[in-house]
Design a protein around this ligand. Structure first.
Ligand code: GRG
Ligand code: ZN
Length: 304
């Protein structure tokens, strides 16, 4: 096996705390390229196992770190991609996720208690992948997400918070999993999402902000669920994503000329696939997993 890490690099250390999600972005990106065989799965699955805290039932971002709902989702997604969900203790993980639900239906991400609709998505997605949505109050989770909807049709992190495209993905996908799509004003939100395209072709996350390749995913996933992707100029967006690719490393950056990273590379690939670019495997807009994995697991996807 070759060497895949360089501990002398700055990037290795600044991303240390979120290594689990880094593995998910890399593996899902390879799946999008139909190139999963480019990395050996065994060491990655061993790494996932080592990040598990059996006392709590959750996964950490790296070995010896504290567990968090976000990394628990990434761990379960990695196992799902490799068809290795059996190595997850579904009962323990379901109990951990359930312990994070609050009386108003919201979720905290970990023991520190921050509430955010990102964590609502993480909870619903993790449990759907494990077939354990019955462990939480799904109706209350849906009601909390719905309470984060704004006048512009978008969603924020908590009730009253500004609409942001990243939160829109989390909320729309959470509602799609939880059966709450009736809470989405599809035309109003579709308009707000289409307005995110700037003249250069890329998408921003909220008005007056700069475009960034990762919004290709956060926004195209939502417009795909809402069937409103045709409200954008797909050709210009495709050209923008491709203009962010570095021809030496092959990676994709947030903006043309910036340094590449695995996060933007995955979301660039996933965005191109949602635009229907040839040769790419579709990444499911709800579960952020290759379509074949979602079909294999028979996951619920309610788009309306
Ligand atoms: C499995 C795909 C997947 C996700 C897991 C963590 C998570 C659930 C979702 C994150 C959603 C989110 C909030 C994305 C936005 C990320 C981002 C680019 C934040 C930058 O925000 P600002 O305010 O940048 O710094 P802008 O672009 O507004 O200037
Ligand atoms: Zn970004």
């Amino acid at each position: 096996m070759g060497c895949y890490v360089n501990r002398n690099e700055f990037e290795y250390w600044v991303t240390e705390h979120l290594r689990m999600s880094g593995v998910y972005w890399a593996v899902a990106g390879l799946a999008g390229l139909d190139a999963l065989d480019q990395l050996p799965s065994a060491p990655l699955l061993e790494f996932v196992d080592k990040c598990y805290d059996a006392q709590i039932g959750g996964y950490a971002g790296n070995v010896g770190h504290d567990v968090h709902l976000l990394y628990t989702l990434s761990a379960v997604q990695i196992a799902a991609i490799y068809d290795e969900l059996d190595r997850i203790d579904a009962d323990a993980v379901a109990a951990y996720v359930a312990s994070l639900q609050q009386a108003d239906g919201s979720f905290v991400g970990d023991k520190w208690g921050e509430v955010d609709t990102r964590f609502s998505y993480c909870a619903l997605c993790t449990l759907a992948l494990l077939g354990r949505l019955d462990a939480i109050d799904v109706d209350a989770a849906v009601a909390f997400v719905a309470s984060c909807r704004n006048f512009d049709g978008g969603f924020g992190a908590v009730p009253g918070a500004e609409s942001h495209a990243g939160q829109v993905f989390c909320c729309v996908a959470a509602l799609a999993i939880g059966g709450g799509m009736a809470h989405v004003d599809q035309d109003l939100l579709g308009w707000w999402l289409a307005e995110r395209q700037v003249p250069i072709g890329g998408l921003n996350g909220r008005p007056e902000k700069l475009p960034d390749v990762c919004y290709s995913w956060w926004i195209l996933s939502a417009t795909s669920i809402l069937d409103r992707t045709h409200w954008m100029d797909a050709g210009k967006l495709r050209d923008y994503i491709l203009s962010c690719q570095d021809w030496e490393t092959g990676g994709i950056a947030d903006r043309p000329g910036d340094w590449v990273d695995v996060f933007h590379t995955f979301f660039g690939i996933a965005g191109l696939a949602l635009l229907g670019c040839g040769g790419l495997t579709l990444i499911d807009p709800v579960y952020a997993l290759p379509e074949a994995v979602v079909l294999r697991l028979g996951l619920p996807r309610l788009f309306s």
